[in-house]
Design a protein around this ligand. Structure first.
Ligand code: SAH
Length: 545
């Protein structure tokens, strides 16, 4: 039975004309009949011309679908409308069920087109911030067509599996028990602080948005036109927005013990592997002494976001970080350990402590910086640092921080300058920097721990210090630092280094290593940059930065 009739099953989105698709509008206007629930027909009335409207009550869904199929079979074009998406608790399934009952086949039967719309989970999420960023599910609390036991089971399974949950049909005048039961189940698995958003009539005249939490959600108005969005265990509140991070694995290191990943640490590839591809955005490799023009800085994603924000606001944006509501969860704690600034000897007890704190799940990696980097999944970093400290380890944060690399002072025989190394470590060690910064500190003119190859090289010689700045420590265009001063008086050293580091920290671009900053600024403190690098072109290697 082939006719010219056609069924459009149209999701018209949340209910305003800006959020309906072009195809949905075309279908409505092409149709002879519009069939739908009264309130919905009223919402789209403004888009219609001379279509015949068949509007019915809420519960007459089956007869609506039957009528639509009947009219299509008579050769009419019929639009069956649903709010949101017609395939999400909408009319699409029912229309197919009626067709199937009649033995309909696509080849021979009336044409059907399901036109997608923005479902409530999406429209409501957009008004709350970004609560649905991770795995999520929708659950309808209506037990009109589904037994409550099954709904409760699904709520429990979703709670257990830490899904972000969007509750549709959460409550009606008659149906009030389900949302109470649902809250009870959720509280068995999630913190009472879990952010919850209640959105009523999204993108309609009576739109109402409430940000609350799992504990307090029932103290607010929840009705037929509300969608309830419940965060997962890592969802947080920021400036009255509900945000669910894209991933779970959080890292924290010594200098950011409390808040695991601050907004400015996010979206860095090393912290969040799912982040934007940073390599495509950061400066391409190349020996600094060989560049013919000043390196052009390409901003990383965070900077671009800040730039966009400042343009929108027409002002510079401070990197202010407000406290965020965060539940306690297991994170990967990262730190580096060494036996000491000058001491290179591990004791058996230290090795045993390492084995104990790293356990089965953690890792330890020996690095070129004479340190062992530990990565340990934990909820209690303080327990780990406590044990390591009592084994006399020196602990340092990792990442873009200042690290002091000292020699062994000939196993302590040339100990005269050690107090200065200790002092620099005490004052500056672990401080966060625009880019990793290593200070090499060697206790005699042999400089056998290669201080001149570090970002800042300090060499003790004849009771005074020589200073080297701007080494490029890695890459095929690696070069030592420039000797910028000789015979610095010991009592001036720490202050001078503090000033150099302070200037670099304040003025360098993010990700700009000290040698690049020195070349760009031509001066650090009173030390001038000498352009002495040979002009030979070497192809940049892809992993050099
Ligand atoms: N097909 C629709 C869902 C229909 S079920 C869709 O995809 O969105 C009805 C439920 O949807 C309501 O109880 C409410 O929970 C939700 N809903 C639909 N439109 C909404 C809107 N504009 N604002 C908030 N919730 C809405």
């Amino acid at each position: 039975m082939s006719t010219n009739g056609k069924l459009f099953v149209v999701g018209f989105g949340p209910g305003n004309f800006e959020h309906i698709t072009k195809r949905a509008v075309e279908a409505l206007q092409e149709s002879d009949y519009i069939i739908g629930y009264k309130t919905y027909v009223e919402l789209i009335q403004g888009l219609l011309t001379d279509q015949t409207i068949i509007s019915t009550g809420m519960t007459e869904e089956v007869s609506r679908a039957q009528e639509a199929v009947k009219q299509a079979e008579l050769g009419k074009k019929v639009a069956v409308i649903s709010s949101g998406d017609a395939g999400v608790y909408g009319m699409a399934g029912l229309v197919y069920e009626v067709l199937i009952e009649k033995g309909w086949k696509e080849e021979t039967g009336v044409g059907i087109e399901v036109i997608p719309g923005i479902s409530a989970i999406n429209s409501c999420a957009s008004l709350l911030g970004a609560p649905v960023m991770h795995d999520s599910c929708t659950i309808s609390l209506s037990d009109h067509l589904t037994p409550w036991e099954l709904i409760a089971k699904r709520v429990e399974a979703a709670a257990m599996a830490d899904f972000v949950i969007a509750l549709y049909n959460p409550r009606s005048g008659r149906r009030t028990r389900q949302i109470v039961e649902t809250q009870k189940i959720l509280l068995r698995y999630r913190s009472p602080d879990t952010p919850v958003g209640l959105v009523k009539s999204a993108y309609r005249d009576r739109q109402d948005i409430v940000i609350t939490n799992l504990q307090d959600m029932l103290n607010h108005d929840i009705g037929m036109l509300t969608t309830v969005i419940i965060g997962n265990s890592s969802t947080f509140l920021y400036d009255d927005k509900i945000i669910t991070p894209r991933g779970y694995q959080r890292k924290y290191t010594l200098n950011s013990e409390k808040q695991t990943l601050k907004p400015h640490q996010r979206l860095q590839k090393e912290a969040e592997p799912w982040a934007l591809d940073q390599e495509a955005l950061t400066e391409s490799a190349g020996g600094v002494g060989l560049l013919t023009k000043a390196p052009e800085k390409k901003p990383a994603s965070y900077e671009m976001a800040m730039e966009a924000l400042s343009r929108v606001k027409g002002q510079a944006v401070k990197q202010s970080i407000q406290p965020i509501v965060q539940q306690k969860m297991e994170s990967v704690f990262e730190l580096a350990v060494s036996p000491g600034v000058a001491n290179k000897q591990f004791t058996p007890k230290q090795m045993m402590t390492l084995a104990e704190v790293v356990g089965e799940k953690g890792t330890m990696e020996y690095t070129p910086n004479h340190k062992i980097v530990l990565k340990i999944p934990t909820m209690d970093p303080e327990v780990i640092t406590g044990k390591l400290k009592s084994a006399n380890f020196l602990l340092s944060p990792i990442g873009d921080v200042l690290t002091l690399k000292a020699c062994d002072f000939c196993d302590g025989e040339k100990a005269e300058s050690i107090p200065y190394a200790d002092e620099i470590h005490r004052v500056l060690g672990g401080m966060s920097m625009p880019k990793e910064l290593n200070i090499g500190f060697n206790g005699c003119g042999m400089a056998c721990y290669s201080a001149v190859m570090d970002d800042i090289g300090i060499v003790f010689r004849k009771g005074k210090f020589d200073l080297f700045l701007g080494a490029k420590p890695v890459g095929r265009t690696a070069h030592p630092g420039q000797p910028v001063a000789e015979g610095i008086e010991p009592e001036q050293l720490v202050e001078l280094i503090t000033d150099i580091v302070g200037e670099y920290k304040q003025n360098a671009h993010p990700n700009e290593r000290l040698f690049k900053y020195f070349k760009r600024s031509k001066k650090i403190q009173n030390f001038s940059y000498q352009d002495i690098a040979p002009k030979i072109n070497i192809e940049p290697a892809p992993c050099e930065d």
